[in-house]
Every structure is written in C-alpha cells, then in structure tokens.
Design a binder for this molecule. Structure first.
Ligand code: SF4
Ligand code: SF4
Length: 437
C-alpha cells in the first residue's frame, strides 16, 4: 500500500528553482562504498522480515498480488521452511551481533505473507530460534516481534501466544462491513468482516491492556470508498479505533494496470473533495489531511533544517531486510530477483550490494538530485524506481514529487491557519519556503 497521496494539479513549473545549500555527501559516497562500509551499515539493521508464505486465505479484490498488478507475483503455494529461516537468521545474526552495530535500539522481527498466520507453526519456531540466537551472542537488546494480518485467524492459541510474547499486531480492516466486504473476501469469495470483527472484540474485551498497547489497525481506502460511512463507523466504535492506532492508506498506483491508473486517479481526486466535507473536529479529518502532510513534511526534517536536509533512500539491508520464502535476501518486497542482496546459504552478496549502491548514487548524481529543491521531500528509493530490474528515475517521477509537495504545502498552510496558532516556527518557515516556489 502507498501512503496517502491524492494527485493535485499544479499550475506553475517549479523546476527552475533550486538551492545551492545541499551538501555533496553523494559525490564522496560514490567512490567510498566498500565491503567494510556495507557491513557496518547492515549491522545497524532495524527490521528483519520473514516472508513465511506467499499464500493467503483471502483474495482481496485490490490485492497487489492479484491481476490488477500484472508484473507482481501471484498468490502461490510457496512456504518458507524452518531450515531456510534458521540459516537466514544465522547469517543475519553474524552481522547484526558482530560488534559493528552502533544502533542501540532493538531489532524488529516481522512476519509477512500472503497471510502470515497461516504459518503460525513457523512463526513460533522462528520466535524460539531468535531467542536462542540472542542468548548465543549474549546480546542485551531484545528483539521486537510484529506482523500485519488480515485478522481472520487471530483467535485462540494464536492470541495467547502473542500476548505471552508481546507481539505487536496490525489488523487490516476496511471500516464499515459493507465497504470492507466489497473487497476483502476469502479465496471462495465469501465475506470476511464478521469473523474479523468478532476476533477484534474478543481481544478488546478480554485483554484490554494488550489491546491498547499492541493492536493497531490498517484501513485501505479504495477509490470507490464512502468516507462518510467510514467516519460514522469510527465514531460508533470509538472504544476500538482512535487516531493513534489507526493507519490509513490508499491503493498503490505503481505497477497498477495501465488502463486503471487514470480512472483511479480521477476517483481519488473526487474522493479528496469529500474529505473537506468531513467533520473537522473528528480525528479522521486530521488523519486524511493534516497528519499525513505533517508527517511527511515535518517529522522527516525539523523546521530549522527544512531546506537543508540530505535525504534519499536507505542503504540495502539497513532499514529493512526481507527474507523471501525461498530464503533470498531482498531490499524490500517490491524488488525483483535480479537485485537480491544475499541468501540463507551464502549470506550477503557484498559485491552486489556495493554495485547497487554505487549505481544508485550515480543515478541521483546524474539527475542532480543534490541540487534539487525537492530533495528533502523526495521519496525516490529502490522500491519505487525499479523497471525491468534496473533502478531509474524518470522525469515523470520528478514531476509527481513536485506536484505532491506543492499540494501538500499549500494544504498544510491552509489547515495550519485554520486550526493552529499562526506565526508558529513551522508556519513561518513553511510560508517563507512556499513563497520561494
Ligand atoms: S489479505 Fe493481504 S495478501 Fe491476502 S489477499 Fe488480502 S491484501 Fe492480498
Ligand atoms: S529524483 Fe527527487 S530529488 Fe532527484 S531530481 Fe527528481 S525530484 Fe529532485
């Protein structure tokens, strides 16, 4: 799923504006990426994700693994074996516990699918083995465990295990029953809302502490979604859903069938118009507008550093390392086989990692990204720029970054003026910035 970006028309060409204030880290890095450098980066890995299966008990009508996305894989009976998971963790532990790690935070172990809970047997084994691994290396920093589930199997011994072992759990539910059941159906096309709702309420009523701390929700907004129904549903169930535990996302456009792209963009634009008619005092309005923009603009940077930030994509394997069901290591779930960065048997492919990173740095160097006015905000990364196995950033991509920034800034300021103190540091900084656009 992509973050919420509604396409917005932009009336002026912003490309002529640039700033000289960006540093030249990029030039230096192209020449200095060594195996040692790569090892130190990967040792600070923050999330290891095991794709325990590529199968799912649902066939959601908008799933990234459906016919809507012709170039992505399909649901298939490809399960990870414990031997693969165990060897992969051995290889990863050699690096993250090598003494190079400077990140003091814990490492999240996530489980991904398909639907990960259909491999609960494997999840339990990986959990047990990760504890052994930590003890073997005498590490203080605990692992954290998390997964995203469609919630259908979240009951009985699975819930007991999650509570006992402090698993965080994101449950996908698309709000109101009628909206949810239009798209989120079982393999046989049966509705799923009732069962998921029962499971959610069971945890909420019987384990309130665990529910408050560890359960979050993921709501996917389809372009044909009725936002008023969503508002009504959240209002009615305020004991379950709140601003903090509910994440909203739109469907991903990248990889979508060509014939659908324009139709969905148009429908999302229409949906955007209904957002302004929602209750401004209810948190859903903030979530769909203010919070989304604030997160993108402010938390990424600070007001003072606003135009000086050197951003860019993550180093392969540093932020997230995905272990595919066949034991290949990947930068993320969207990167193709030709760009794998290791496997459970041979460990990390350092030559490949160095090549990828050098090519990427060269690409952004050639595009003059470091002089680009939108650099601090740009989300170009491996996951959204691969075409036929090659990472490229085309002009269309840059145009969309610009449109999106302009739209976000304008909207942010109008909401800021309406809802918050005028003349705050952030407002001043942003007004100053937008004036230059
Ligand atoms: S639950 Fe997730 S993986 Fe399964 S069909 Fe639905 S969107 Fe796809
Ligand atoms: S990729 Fe991003 S930073 Fe680079 S030129 Fe395009 S918009 Fe600017």
């Amino acid at each position: 799923m992509s973050s919420l970006i509604f396409p917005i028309d932009i009336p002026i060409d912003l490309s002529k504006y640039s700033t000289k204030n960006f540093n030249s880290k990029c030039d230096t890095l192209i020449h200095n990426i060594s195996e040692e450098y790569a090892r130190s980066k990967i040792s600070n890995c923050t999330t290891i994700v095991f794709e325990v299966t590529q199968e799912c008990n649902f066939r959601c009508r908008y799933c990234a693994y459906s016919d809507l996305y012709p170039n992505f894989r399909r649901h298939q009976n490809s399960d990870m074996s414990f031997l693969v998971a165990k060897s992969a963790l051995d290889e990863i532990a050699k690096i993250v516990f090598s003494g190079l790690r400077t990140n003091k935070g814990s490492i999240a172990i996530g489980f991904y699918g398909g639907e990960p809970l259909i491999r609960f047997d494997l999840i339990k084994k990986i959990y047990e083995y990760s504890k052994l691994k930590k003890d073997e290396f005498g590490q203080e920093h605990p692992w954290r465990y998390r997964l995203t589930t469609n919630g259908y199997l979240l009951k009985g011994e699975i819930v007991d295990f999650f509570i006992e072992n402090n698993f965080s759990c994101d449950i996908s539910i698309d709000g109101h029953k009628s909206e949810h059941d239009k798209f989120r159906v079982t393999r046989n096309g049966e509705p799923t809302w009732e069962q998921i709702w029962r499971n959610i309420n069971y945890i909420h009523d019987n384990f309130p502490e665990y529910f408050n701390e560890k359960i979050n929700f993921q709501v996917t907004i389809h372009p044909e979604y009725n936002l008023f129904k969503l508002q009504e549903f959240f209002r009615k169930n305020e004991n379950i859903f709140n601003k903090k535990n509910t994440r909203l996302s739109t469907l991903r456009m990248l990889g979508l069938q060509d014939c659908l792209q324009q139709i969905w963009e148009k429908k999302y634009r229409k949906l955007q118009n209904t957002v302004s008619k929602l209750d401004k005092n209810f948190w859903l309005f903030d979530k769909l507008n203010f919070n989304r923009i604030e997160n993108k603009l402010i938390k990424k940077t600070s007001a003072k550093k606003f135009v000086n930030q050197f951003s860019g994509n993550c180093f392969p394997g540093e932020n997230k390392l995905l272990v595919n069901s066949d034991g290949k290591f990947s930068i993320c779930e969207r990167v193709s086989p030709g760009n794998y960065i290791g496997d459970f048997d041979k460990g990390f492919y350092f030559n490949k990692i160095i090549e990828l990173e050098k090519n990427w740095k060269q690409t952004i160097h050639n595009k003059l990204c470091r002089k680009c006015y939108y650099w601090f905000y740009c989300n170009a990364c491996y996951s959204n720029s691969e075409k036929n196995g090659i990472f490229t950033i085309d002009n269309n991509f840059c145009e969309n970054v610009k449109k999106s920034l302009y739209g976000d800034l304008t909207k942010y300021l109008s909401i800021e003026e309406e809802k918050r103190e005028k003349n705050s540091d952030i407002t001043n900084c942003l007004t100053d910035f937008i004036d230059k656009l």
